[in-house]
Design a protein around this ligand. Structure first.
Ligand code: NAD
Length: 228
């Protein structure tokens, strides 16, 4: 998403707890002649979020888009779930998104856009992963709440819910459940680029009348398009 947004002319602040990962993205953007910088933040730290949004907005010279992509999964089934693991998934997957959006709505230029990355898991119990699944479902309601709060300023908020994606998190989930992705449509998982092109549409003015919407980006998996 960051690389694609930069290709379209955006200056991008890449926020991640993992400096190396964010630096890697920034390096790719600057190699291509784009503008980006890293800002290291642990989004589970409540006190760190508003200052990070302020700092980045100042450094960017304004804020007109926010993509909330960070997500984690304890992978614990209901019998094994602990209160600590549950709170951790929710702190990263839901609370941080609320806090980022709250501050961004204050600082963002009218006409800006926010996107959240939820998951197909928001609709299915297939992963036996209740904290992840329910936190991803909560993001869809949060997206609507952000759209409601942003309406006065003409700020839109939409949600993308990907299916099975070939990312470090996706590969980790497939290692835990080897049958996880065998029935995926087209015989392959989705890519970060496929999420990024939809995100680009939703964060740009090209989608100016799309609001409070959830886009299932799953090659039809949720609609029953499965192999075998
Ligand atoms: N991979 C999939 O199959 C899949 C499917 C549907 C939805 N998603 C969602 O897509 C989004 C991106 O997932 P991904 O697959 O690229 O995962 P990933 O684990 O590959 O990347 C997540 C990123 O979040 C960062 N991060 C984790 N905890 C953080 C914290 N406390 N503070 C700041 N940064 C933190 C990590 O360092 C990493 O760079 C997530 O919200 C995930 O739930 C993934």
């Amino acid at each position: 998403m960051s690389v694609l947004f930069a290709r379209e002319g955006a200056s991008v602040a890449c926020l991640d707890v993992n400096k190396e990962a964010a630096d890697d993205t920034v390096a790719q953007i600057t190699r291509e002649g784009g503008k980006a910088f890293t800002d290291v933040v642990d989004v589970s730290d409540v006190a760190a979020i508003a200052p990070a949004v302020e700092r980045c907005t100042q450094k960017l010279g304004g804020l007109d888009g926010l993509a909330l992509n960070v997500g984690i999964s304890s992978g614990l089934s209901l019998p094994k779930m602990t209160a600590e693991a549950w709170d951790r998934d929710y702190a990263v997957n839901v609370r941080s998104h609320m806090l980022f959006a709250q501050k961004a709505l204050e600082l963002m230029a009218p006409g800006g856009a926010i996107i959240l990355i939820s998951s197909m898991a928001s609709q299915r119990a297939g992963g036996r992963n209740p904290a992840y699944e329910s936190s991803k479902a909560a993001q869809i309601a949060l997206g609507r709440a952000i759209a409601r709060a942003g309406e006065d300023k003409g700020i839109r908020c939409n949600v993308i819910a990907p299916g099975f994606m070939d990312t470090p998190m996706g590969r980790d989930a497939s290692r835990r459940r080897s049958d996880r992705a065998v029935t995926v449509p087209f015989g392959r998982q989705g890519t970060g680029w496929e999420v990024a092109y939809s995100a680009l549409f939703l964060i740009s003015n090209e989608s100016s009348y799309v609001n409070a919407h959830t886009l299932f980006l799953d090659a039809g998996h949720m609609g029953g398009i499965v192999r075998g």
